[in-house]
Design a protein around this ligand. Structure first.
Ligand code: ADP
Length: 191
């Protein structure tokens, strides 16, 4: 099985690249942001409470996202593997993922971190906000909050994955296909 983690700040291009990678390598794409937005759109109790946090750029509880990931993995065990996008975002999430994957005897093949500077991220996010209507993309303070959460809670996970020797950092600025090619090269080298 091929299990990839795609890592990076809000607006780094994780979603765009994850879709392309999932298609090329035949993987199941799991985005916690997309799963949560689907709950919001369906108006479930989980979605209603998650929306209040997401619109402000605050993380949804570890318990909720870990539960969502667990049930997604369980239902897709016969596939070629997974690409996780936007998960894990906290240390407890990373630990829970390790536990889940070791229970299923499928280790993480590689963690790919996309690097993009804050100015470029803000440009991308505000453009996406205009197109998608996402509330969390439309306000500068919400963007700053998300960056703050990323720097404090998520970015330290790079050290966590460096220790296990599977972290590769890549430049996330440039043409989409150019970035996709460098990601693909790293993945292919692990096959
Ligand atoms: P982006 O790619 O811009 O970071 P996402 O779509 O991944 O945005 O996430 C949007 C929001 O969904 C986050 O700000 C957070 O509120 C919630 N969310 C997504 N993934 C997680 C997660 N793993 N843990 C907690 N909250 C999450």
């Amino acid at each position: 099985m091929l299990n990839l983690l795609l890592f990076g700040p809000p607006g780094a291009g994780k979603g765009t690249q994850a879709i392309k990678i999932a298609e090329k390598f035949g993987l199941m794409h799991i985005s916690t942001g997309d799963l949560l937005r689907a709950e919001v759109a369906a108006g479930t109790p989980l979605g209603i409470s998650a929306k209040q946090l997401m619109d402000k750029g605050i993380l949804v509880s570890d318990e909720i996202v870990i539960g969502m990931i667990d049930s997604k993995i369980e239902k897709n065990l016969s596939g070629k593997g997974f690409i996780f996008d936007g998960f894990p975002r906290t240390l407890p999430q990373a630990e829970a993922l390790d536990k889940l994957l070791s229970d299923y005897e499928m280790p993480i093949t590689i963690t790919l971190a996309l690097e993009v500077d804050e100015e470029e991220l803000y440009k991308r996010i505000s453009l996406r906000g205009k197109i998608s209507g996402r509330v969390d993309d439309q306000d500068r303070n919400t963007f700053l909050k998300r960056m703050d959460v990323y720097n404090k809670e998520t970015s330290p996970l790079k050290e966590y994955y460096k220790k296990t020797g599977v972290l590769v950092t890549l430049n996330g600025i440039g043409e989409i296909d150019e970035i996709f090619n460098s990601l693909s090269k790293e993945i292919t080298a692990k096959l």
